[in-house]
Design a protein around this ligand. Sequence first.
Ligand code: ZN
Length: 176
Amino acid sequence: MADDRKYKFSWELLGDIATGRPNLGNKTNLEVYRLLLFTFRDVLESHVGTEMTDRIFYEAGNLSGKEFYANKLTPTNDLGEFVRELQQVLKDMGIGILRLEQADVEAGEFVLTVSEDLDCSGLPELDHEVCVYDEGFIAALLESFSGMKFKVKEIDCWCTGDRTCRFSAKAVKAEP
Ligand SMILES: [Zn+2]
């Protein structure tokens, strides 16, 4: 399977932006990013249904988080250091403002918030959370940091009337 893939991700695919966009540089309009995101979601849903679309977005976010950790963060065993660097990089890249609200390291349970979130901040109110991609992204970051598998669920979202996105992250314990 691996060799006949046309679209297998690698960080190099993001390209040499300094060379490729000498005038426009490393910035775009956020509407363009959201246009891509929400048109993809629309077309995927019409082809494979809502549940599979969410699964694809979660998995894509997960792949993104794994690659992001490997390419943008410094490996560490210290939770404080990990969170501090992550906060800085997410802010510098304009992804969002991260806070670790609760942490129970022993139980592997965390609550994180992302304000001014790239995907959803400012969207109209809907009756459901929309940041499924972020869920997978955060899960992968925690997985890469801790070596444990995580399940992440968004519990508050701009789209459900909150002014920040809040994520519950729980380590998936191996079945006894
Ligand atoms: Zn959200």
